[in-house]
Write a protein that binds this ligand. Structure first.
Ligand SMILES: [Zn+2]
Ligand SMILES: [Zn+2]
Length: 263
């Protein structure tokens, strides 16, 4: 039986490796000549630090795209991580056992063929040092850099990292084919739209890597999601707090938003 704590490793070329934790969430390892960066830390069920160590012995910087439990939970395996201050409060709560346990429990019952190792997830009981990321901050890995671009939307502190060598963007959950702005802390559609346009302009012909699925986000998915958001903005704010969803002709992309948080 395959264990939920397994990490699937996929070499994407150009010194970029996708690390997928229990068929659910992606982290990306980016290697330069003198250093390596791990973008997102997974949910924490697997010992991601050990997996990274088996792939590179270069000094490691851990960068978090946003502070949801499936991206920041695995930070417990590392001594320090970088996170934007707008996501700091939520990030700290997701590092505590109750939130992580609930998250892992939910996923255990979603996919019964897999098994979560609670012991592995909780044998680390310390909280990593959290360093504050700034918009425009650059991390030099030797021969390539990763630049931080603040794009609030999915969460207030959502950031994108841009690889100078390939131009690739690592976008976490902010521009997935299913855009989700309705979680606590999600911004208005208008705010997301500004970041999404910035992301699209930055991408050019380069690849966009996201936090879920196979990690590849086609540019057309982003273009279509932007069109949906522009449509929602035309309608303006609604009175209710209810979550609405705007879809194009197919199931995806879809834009989940709160009616009272449009502009
Ligand atoms: Zn998220
Ligand atoms: Zn996620």
């Amino acid at each position: 039986m395959r264990r939920r704590t397994d990490i699937e490793i996929e070499d994407l070329g150009d010194g970029i490796t996708r690390l997928n934790e229990f068929d659910f969430v992606n982290a990306f390892l980016v290697e330069g000549e003198t250093g390596a960066a791990l973008i997102d830390a997974g949910a924490g069920a697997a010992d991601l630090a050990a997996v990274v160590k088996s792939l590179t012995d270069k000094p490691l910087t851990v960068l978090i795209t946003h502070a949801h439990a499936d991206h920041v939970g695995g930070a417990v395996w590392f001594p320090e991580v970088w996170l934007h201050p707008a996501d700091l409060k939520r990030g700290k709560s997701y590092l505590k056992p109750p939130a992580r346990l609930y998250f892992l429990w939910c996923h255990k019952y979603k996919k019964k063929t897999h098994r979560v190792s609670y012991r592995a997830a909780f044998q680390k009981d310390y909280t990593p040092r959290i360093l504050e990321l700034a918009d425009g901050q650059v991390f030099d890995l030797g021969g390539r850099t990763l630049e931080t671009v603040l794009t609030p939307g999915h969460s207030p502190g959502s950031v994108v990292f841009r690889d100078s060598m390939t131009g690739a963007l690592f976008t976490g959950d902010n521009v997935n084919p299913m855009v989700t702005l309705h979680f606590p802390g999600g911004t208005t559609v208008k705010t997301w739209l500004e970041g999404a346009r910035r992301t699209l302009a930055l991408a050019g012909d380069a690849k966009i890597y996201g936090g879920h699925g196979d990690g590849r986000i086609p540019q057309t998915a982003l273009t279509k999601a932007i069109a949906l958001a522009e449509d929602v903005l035309k309608d303006g704010n609604g009175r209710s707090h209810k979550t609405r969803v705007r879809r194009g002709e197919t199931k995806y992309p879809a834009l989940y938003y709160r009616a009272d948080r449009v502009e």
